[in-house]
Design a protein around this ligand. Structure first.
Ligand code: ZN
Length: 319
């Protein structure tokens, strides 16, 4: 099976009317929705005329105009809609991510615009209302790693390398991966039983089978789940039947290849944004039957509900 290649000649990538129609189809699958009062159907009229900007709708209830970008990460940006759609395509289809520098070259925009586009799209990549991972009969792997050390700092054993990086005060990342499902990763202040437990119990359904390595900080948290298995990496054990954390290790391999290979450096303040991007691509991976176009569409759908300016009291909707 080969993945269908997306066609960059598609007008959604260079024509703003086509891009708007594409966004409206994704964000308003059942027709335009007023971002202020949520009404649809015949309560909404599309404004047309020479003095009206394209894509403006008006709500008969609140009488406010709006477009498809209100209440999304695209709201109030000066970037054209086709640029948003194209940037989303690049982020969704680049296996190791794409740097703002690369986007700048490909789109012929400024570095600032490219950086802005990707950072907003990382916000779109973040799950809007994430339910717990796992559930009855499901397995969730939890594992942690460190980012930001010299990649030359290679030890044969992952633990020894992580200890060296931890001593170097590098950034700790916890990832939770449901086998055959989504990944969710966190930048944690430190690797302790308490910090890891906080994220694990908040994000993993208690009826799941939790899978970790043999580190002591997973022992008590493991008891809060339907089952907990671990393999003892220190004594050289990596796989015992179903007990392994190879799925999480695979996720880290993709994350590190991307962050070190594409971005070279990620500031600790922004690490969570990159984790959202890598979680997103992993969660909607090809092995799950998602091709590049479907992944880009999912990313644009995630643009909704991330900028809720219109909910601020006394403020008009920004069309
Ligand atoms: Zn309204």
């Amino acid at each position: 099976m080969t993945a269908r290649k997306s066609n960059l000649k598609n007008p959604i990538y260079h024509d703003d009317d086509a891009a708007r129609a594409h966004l409206e189809a994704l964000l308003w699958p059942y027709g335009p929705v007023c971002p202020r009062c949520g009404v649809t159907g015949d309560r909404i009229t599309k404004l047309q005329g020479q003095s009206t900007r394209p894509g403006v709708h008006k709500c008969k209830d609140c009488r406010k105009p709006f477009t498809v970008t209100v209440g999304t990460v695209m709201e109030r940006s000066k970037v054209s809609l086709s640029s948003w759609v194209l940037a989303a395509h690049f982020m969704a289809s680049s296996k190791k991510g794409m740097s703002a520098k690369q986007l700048q070259r490909l789109m012929g925009c400024t570095y600032e615009t490219a950086w802005f586009l990707f950072h907003r799209l990382r916000e779109a990549a973040r799950p809007s209302d994430p339910g717990p991972l796992g559930g009855p009969g499901r397995t969730v792997e939890a594992d942690e790693t460190y980012m930001g050390g010299k990649e030359g700092n290679k030890h044969a054993n992952k633990r020894a390398k992580d200890r060296a990086l931890a001593a170097d005060r590098k950034e700790a990342v916890l990832t939770l991966v449901e086998r055959g499902g989504f990944a969710r990763s966190f930048h944690v202040a430190s690797v302790t039983a308490k910090t890891l437990r906080n994220e694990i119990v908040t994000n993993v359904h208690r009826s799941s089978h939790l899978m970790t390595d043999g580190a002591a900080y997973y022992v008590t948290t493991g008891r809060e789940f339907a089952a907990h298995s671990s393999v003892d990496h220190v004594s050289g054990e990596y796989v015992r039947g179903e007990a392994h954390s190879n799925t999480a290790e695979g996720y880290f391999a993709i994350l590190k290849r991307g962050v070190y290979g594409t971005f070279h450096h990620v500031s600790p303040a922004h690490l969570h944004r990159y984790l959202a991007e890598f979680d997103f691509r992993y969660s909607y991976r090809e092995a799950m039957g998602v091709d590049d176009d479907m992944r880009a569409a999912e990313l644009l759908r995630g643009a909704k509900g991330k900028r809720l300016y219109y909910r601020q009291p006394g403020q008009a909707a920004h069309a």
